[in-house]
Design a protein around this ligand. Sequence first.
Ligand code: NAP
Length: 237
Amino acid sequence: MKTALITGGSRGIGRALVERFAREGWRVAFGYHRHPENARDLAARTGTVAIHGDLADAQDTAHFLGEAIRQLGHVDALILNAGVAHSGLITDMTAEQWDSLMAVNLRASFLCARGVLPVMRAHGGGSVVMISSMWGRRGAAHEAAYSASKAALIGFAQALAREVGPCGIRVNCLAPGVIKTAMLDGYAQTELDALAEQTPLGRLGTPEEVAAAAWFLCSDDASFITGQTLAVDGGFL
Ligand code: NAP
């Protein structure tokens, strides 16, 4: 049976990823941090495995990975989805806030890739998908740290694709546009309406639409695609 390890599965895009891969018949383990009830419900409903861990913490991340690999045995797909946003002027941001955003959005992706790639290589290959953002392709005002972390993921994925391609491992990014999840809770309805208006398709995206693109990138239909960033943004950029 094919297996997927998904970070940040308890909500939003991650939940849709867990649902999609489980529906396709894959064995799935996913991570969660602050929403254990969501994670437990999702695991029970989809027959997947929920594993707690704070990806901002290197020790917790190592424990999370060890448990996930123990549960799955091998990993065919690694989806690095967990992420946090920070909105505000860069001149108001503290170094601690910068570090804690980078720890989840970037360092944890490095730690998870470093932990899982040898397992994939030993099993003959696999696919890694990093959830970047359209703001990683084009910076967003008031989201400089977030944009920097998401741009870094694109560079990381491009480099890794070259490094592990010879082992049969593909590495790609998704760059979602504005997707209806709790991450947008801080936005006023008028701001969301304006973002929908700026999107050529005239609406916000859904977590399921991002999950469908991730599913494609992990499937055999994408067997000759690596080092790419696929925009799922309704044409926003
Ligand atoms: P969300 O609803 O806020 O979910 C974030 C997920 O990340 C949750 O499952 C959360 O777990 C997990 N997470 C956060 N901090 C964590 C930590 N320290 N340790 C472990 N897990 C942690 O966000 P979303 O909108 O689904 O976003 C998912 C990904 O897509 C993110 O990387 C985000 O940057 C990216 N993205 C989102 C949009 C958008 O418009 N929504 C657009 C572009 C890219 P708990 O809830 O259990 O704490």
